[in-house]
Design a protein around this ligand. Structure first.
Ligand code: NAD
Ligand code: UDP
Length: 323
């Protein structure tokens, strides 16, 4: 049956793919976004569809809609974006989640929170299962995001305990694909942009730090399945690709796939608190929602490179200065 669904952060990279999916499934979708790290271009294919609405709004202010489900994705996600105004990042995570939960309580909606592997910090348990409590610096440059997302998880579970709220928490690991902001500074967008332009690929540190990269279509499938789990299941649930690569291996693959002659060079030391290893344990997702990624790195990178080759980079702006 068609549901009324609110997607906060719906014009962003993940949010726009989620809106595509939910609109395609016939649901009545409201996309709420302040366009801090995104642009309407991401949802231009949906504007004008009769089961899609865009609302420009900031989640640090309250919002009211009659909806059945809320996917709470609003939050800058790339390190450069969330460190741009770290105080605002914390407010967005904490106040945004509180506003989503307040609305959900009033109208009886289910809420799914887009949490992150960053809540594990620079992990000393590897791969990371949901039971791992993390190793997070409370006062570093990444803390506004990591601790904001940790606090958001806490509020989700406090609403559950206090008010019986229907909640789902997804811990999303590095996800990539078409519609990543080309200047978000994340490793996949930087490397592809650099390789397509024939520039050197800039590695931070020695490139031996690891990440596990999930293609966006797989991630969206996981989010939708998690939202549909029985009421008693809340998560947290890891969603990510458990195949791990070093950053240098990623650079080599991108260069090979783009086919140019870009060099790979060490550009700067590893940023402060940059996690040295990251890989999800997805046993829970396999068991509860029968989910695992189906698109492996090479296939996903090809699709992403194809998209990067078609975009007009002048259409993408840096975060708004008065954020
Ligand atoms: P994104 O920056 O493309 O999307 C975030 C969206 O939220 C943007 O459209 C932005 O304009 C909007 N936004 C930011 N602050 C807002 C505010 N105060 N009010 C309203 N809208 C606001 O990033 P993304 O990669 O699509 O990430 C989406 C969500 O998934 C985020 O919550 C992020 O923390 C989480 N996540 C993403 C990844 C990943 O690898 N992509 C990994 C872990 C978690
Ligand atoms: N990184 C890099 N070159 C870049 C951008 C990032 O070597 O141009 C490294 C970064 O230091 C980190 C990894 O790639 O170790 C992933 O960075 P990203 O910002 O994509 O995500 P996160 O650190 O949040 O996982």
């Amino acid at each position: 049956m068609a549901k009324r669904i609110l997607v906060t952060g719906g014009a962003g990279f993940l949010g726009s793919h989620l809106c595509d999916r939910l609109v395609g499934d016939g649901h009545d979708v409201i996309c709420l976004d302040n366009l801090f790290t995104s642009q309407k271009l991401n949802i231009s294919q949906l504007l004008g569809r009769k089961n899609f609405e865009f609302v420009r709004h900031d989640v640090t202010e309250g919002f009211k809609f009659e909806v059945d489900e809320i996917y709470n994705l609003a939050c800058p996600a790339a390190p450069g974006h969330y460190q741009y105004n770290p105080i605002k990042t914390m407010k967005t995570s904490v106040l945004g989640t509180m506003h989503a939960l307040g609305l959900a309580k009033r109208v009886g909606a289910k809420v799914l929170q887009a949490s992150t592997s960053e809540i594990y910090g620079d992990p000393d348990v590897h791969p990371q299962p949901e039971s791992y409590r993390g190793c997070v610096n409370t006062i570093g440059p990444r803390s506004c995001y990591d601790e904001g997302k940790r606090a958001a998880e806490t509020i989700m579970f406090d609403y559950r305990r206090l008010h019986g709220s229907r909640i789902k928490v997804a811990r999303i690991f590095n996800t990539y694909g078409p519609r990543m902001h080309p200047f978000d500074g994340r490793v996949v967008s930087n490397f592809i942009r650099q390789a397509v332009a024939g520039e050197p690929l800039a590695i931070y540190g020695d490139g031996q730090q690891t990440r596990s990269f999930c293609f966006v279509d797989d991630l969206i499938e996981g989010l939708v399945r998690l939202m549909d789990t029985p009421e008693e299941f809340t998560g947290p649930m890891n969603l990510g690709n458990p195949v791990e690569f070093t950053i240098r291996e990623l650079a080599e693959r991108v260069v090979a796939l783009v086919g140019g002659s870009s060099r790979i060079e060490v550009a700067q030391p590893l940023p402060e608190d940059d996690p040295k290893q990251r890989c999800p344990d997805i046993t829970l997702a396999r068991r509860v929602i029968g989910w695992e990624p189906t698109i492996q790195l090479e296939a996903g990178l090809r699709k992403t490179i194809d998209w990067f080759k078609t975009v007009d980079l002048t259409q993408f702006r840096a975060p708004t200065p008065n954020y």
